[in-house]
Design a protein around this ligand. Structure first.
Ligand SMILES: [Zn+2]
Length: 79
């Protein structure tokens, strides 16, 4: 995964989702990252969660369960 700061990702996300509130997205990302660091696991398979996907996708899940894909090399993750 490509590492990105929460602030940077939130700005990118806002650009492609102009209706979203930047503050709201930032706080959802922070929450999800905190849960990940505390050991939150995917609701479906039990793998560590993907913080970005969990923040914008509506449930705590890993990359594969959220996107249905296995290659995460070109996707972002906050740190
Ligand atoms: Zn999973």
């Amino acid at each position: 995964m490509i590492k990105i700061s929460i602030e940077e990702f939130a700005k990118k996300y806002k650009k492609s989702n102009p209706d979203e509130n930047l503050k709201d997205v930032t706080s959802r990302l922070k929450d999800a990252l905190k849960r990940k660091k505390e050991g939150a696991t995917c609701n479906v398979c039990g793998a560590p969660i993907w913080a970005i996907g969990s923040a914008v996708g509506g449930f705590d899940g890993c990359f594969t369960c959220i996107t249905g894909e296995h290659d995460d090399s070109e996707d972002y993750e906050v740190f």
